[in-house]
Design a protein around this ligand. Sequence first.
Ligand SMILES: *[C@@H]1O[C@H](CO)[C@@H](O)[C@H](O)[C@H]1NC(C)=O
Ligand SMILES: *[C@@H]1O[C@H](CO)[C@@H](O)[C@H](O)[C@H]1NC(C)=O
Ligand SMILES: *[C@@H]1O[C@H](CO)[C@@H](O)[C@H](O)[C@H]1NC(C)=O
Ligand SMILES: *[C@@H]1O[C@H](CO)[C@@H](O)[C@H](O)[C@H]1NC(C)=O
Ligand SMILES: *[C@@H]1O[C@H](CO)[C@@H](O)[C@H](O)[C@H]1NC(C)=O
Ligand SMILES: *[C@@H]1O[C@H](CO)[C@@H](O)[C@H](O)[C@H]1NC(C)=O
Ligand SMILES: *[C@H]1O[C@H](CO)[C@@H](O)[C@H](O)[C@H]1NC(C)=O
Length: 403
Amino acid sequence: MRSFISGLAVASSLLSYVCAARLPARLEARAANSTVVKPKVFIVSMFDPEAEVWYGIPEFDLLAVNITLPGGSPLFPDVHCTVSGDVCQITIGESEINAATSITSLAYSPLFDLTTTYFMIAGIAGVNPEVASICSVTFAKYAVQVALQYEFSQLEIPSNFTTGYIPLGAHSPQQYPTSIYGTEVFEFNANLQHWAATQARTATLNDSADAVAYRANYAVKAAYAAGAAPPTVYECDVATSDVYYSGKILSETFGNYTTLITNGSGVYCTTAQEDNATGEALLRAALSKLVDFSRIIVMRTASDFDRPWPGEAATTNLWWAAQGAFPPAIMNLYLAGIKVVEGLLEGWESTFADGMKADNYLGDIFGSLGGTPDFGPFDYDNNPVKAKRSMKSMKYKTWKPVA
Ligand SMILES: *[C@@H]1O[C@H](CO)[C@@H](O)[C@H](O)[C@H]1NC(C)=O
Ligand SMILES: *[C@@H]1O[C@H](CO)[C@@H](O)[C@H](O)[C@H]1NC(C)=O
Ligand SMILES: *[C@@H]1O[C@H](CO)[C@@H](O)[C@H](O)[C@H]1NC(C)=O
Ligand SMILES: *[C@@H]1O[C@H](CO)[C@@H](O)[C@H](O)[C@H]1NC(C)=O
Ligand SMILES: *[C@@H]1O[C@H](CO)[C@@H](O)[C@H](O)[C@H]1NC(C)=O
Ligand SMILES: *[C@@H]1O[C@H](CO)[C@@H](O)[C@H](O)[C@H]1NC(C)=O
Ligand SMILES: *[C@H]1O[C@H](CO)[C@@H](O)[C@H](O)[C@H]1NC(C)=O
């Protein structure tokens, strides 16, 4: 999630442990156990408002079966499923650490068989007015972990730098990172992304009078034409950062970094706090053959602008302006997302059980799942300290402390 209305997140933490089952000791038990749930679709929410919009809907009842997930978020201990088990939902908690830990616990849980499951990340996000407007619905091909960089305070940066963020191992903001950890970029199935966006385009999106009025301010700058336009469905990429950055300079910084790290093919469009972490957890599960990495959909709806309109203070945009986009963005998760879920269920036999083949590269910057990334390079070097001149000559790998 990434919207300022985060106080709601802790509201309903006292969930019931209704159907907590004893855990089989080993993963192998999964195959022999007919009570294992094998969902066709797993909706991934980050916090209460994103989760609750799926309850009480006419299409299906996610609260029919509650399954307590060992290793799940302490705030959201239960996974929810329909009676048939075809559709389930997990609330993973907010930010990168919660996302990675919850998804890892789910993927390795013996209570579920996720080998043919489609994962739909369905959360709200900040939005770049150069690409889309508040209340819009977006589907990402790339997720970029934008804050995995060096950072100097804006007050201490060299006078010829435009930002305090410098890629790891590099010496200027424009230089490609030489120190790569592996979670910088995830690339998802573009055919599935297009299909999901096409499904979503059949929905009538929600909007509000405040959002209509607020986005009109962005029309004064030609580059923000998309920000001033009515909400619609976009295919564009998501940034992940634990730090909830805001304002023109940092938003541009991370937009530039997205361009750099994806070799110009990623379009920085939305910003949230989880997707690269969810991506990394699913990638590792895919390496263990527990999930299919080609079955991931990253949907983010726009709840607020990442930067002010020209003439407005950055703090006003973040804290005080009545953007009016949070309720419609939450509602649009359901309005657009239900078209995707229904499409997956209706086309299950004909198409989705076997999977939708990807024509693009899938996975991380290392090429862990096979194939060659269309971004990179991925010369393995995870030492960001080595960029220091003093360390370059030092044989740090063989260095031993003096006893
Ligand atoms: C099957 O799984 C259920 C729920 O985890 C558990 O209660 C049951 O003991 C398991 N049965 C076998 C045969 O493993
Ligand atoms: C599942 O949990 C929710 C609360 O999270 C509760 O409202 C619902 O009644 C529970 N379902 C069952 C079948 O107990
Ligand atoms: C900034 O200036 C320094 C010299 O002071 C130079 O080494 C560096 O390349 C410049 N960086 C950028 C981003 O222009
Ligand atoms: C958005 O949803 C609200 C709440 O259901 C409704 O009152 C409003 O008319 C909807 N607006 C649009 C433009 O769909
Ligand atoms: C982003 O990149 C553009 C084009 O290179 C550059 O003009 C701008 O100063 C950069 N912005 C920041 C904040 O570094
Ligand atoms: C991506 O850009 C970097 C830096 O310009 C370059 O070294 C690398 O070869 C490019 N990777 C691909 C896959 O084109
Ligand atoms: C992080 O997310 C970006 C944008 O979706 C994606 O391009 C990148 O591959 C993701 N990285 C990981 C490790 O998931």
